[in-house]
Design a protein around this ligand. Structure first.
Ligand SMILES: C=C(O[C@@H]1C=C(C(=O)O)C=C[C@H]1O)C(=O)O
Length: 98
């Protein structure tokens, strides 16, 4: 192995360590978010409120688009990711109501 390939292997390992830590943050963050949305789902079911709230979602999308742009993250990706999560949350809320 040349010095250059050894250096590249060390850099790759460093990046992967960071990626693993960030993946853990994502999992814990999602778990925390779902704890709150589950509580919201129970509240909605108890008070006969609809599972989805399109006005709230529109505000979240607008906010996330700005945040993503500021963070140098593709805003379309951020929107798709949020929509995917919200779709799952609404499924949970529908289950609370049935
Ligand atoms: C969590 C809620 O329910 C739904 C899920 C949302 C979310 O996951 O952020 C946002 C709006 C609602 O469609 C809510 O109304 O706040």
């Amino acid at each position: 192995m040349t010095d250059q390939t050894a250096r590249a292997a060390a850099l790759l390992a460093e990046h992967r360590e960071s990626i693993d830590r960030l993946d853990a943050i994502i999992v814990f963050t999602l778990a925390e978010r779902f704890k709150h949305t589950q509580a919201v789902g129970k509240l909605k079911a108890a008070h006969d409120l609809p599972p989805s709230d399109p006005a709230r979602e529109a505000a979240q999308i607008a906010r996330l688009t700005d945040l993503a742009t500021e963070a140098d993250l593709d805003p379309e990706f951020a929107k798709t990711f949020l929509a995917f999560i919200i779709q799952e949350v609404i499924k949970h809320h529908e289950q609370h109501q049935s």
